[in-house]
Design a protein around this ligand. Structure first.
Ligand code: CO
Length: 134
């Protein structure tokens, strides 16, 4: 079921500082910030040869990463995202094994315009896990 690592998302308080760190210290190639009000975040993509890193900065009042940053004031890894061919088949297989799918259990259109689901961190090694159909 599981395919490529699509991205690792890092929640940050200050997008500009995060970009400067990756640009200056690591020489990384980064995109311009993209506000995604429907997801409550502003995103910067760090392009790596084999995958992406996404910096997520809270946007608006009810950002889904606000609580995470309260618990992790320095920021930190928020989730990992794996690619799957068929997200509904993956969901049904996982649910049959007792895994919890967040929200109403139906895929939503994610930050890349593709269907995504999030799996409960308690079922996946304490790590919020996103599946994206590619
Ligand atoms: Co993601």
């Amino acid at each position: 079921m599981i395919g490529r690592l699509n991205h690792v998302a890092i929640a940050v308080r200050d997008l500009n500082a995060a970009v400067a760190t990756y640009k200056n210290a690591l020489g990384a190639k980064v995109t311009d910030p993209t506000p995604q009000p429907e997801h409550g975040v502003t995103v910067v993509f760090v392009e790596l040869p084999n995958t992406k890193i996404e910096f997520l900065e809270p946007l608006g009042e009810n950002s889904p990463i606000a609580k995470f940053l309260e618990r992790n004031p320095d920021g930190g890894i928020h989730h990992v995202c794996y690619e799957v061919d068929d997200i509904l088949a993956a969901r049904d297989q996982l649910k049959a094994q007792g895994a919890r799918v967040l929200g109403d259990g139906n895929p939503k259109i994610g930050a890349h315009g593709k269907p995504v689901l999030f799996l409960h961190p308690k079922d996946f090694l304490g790590t919020l896990t996103e599946l994206e159909q590619v």
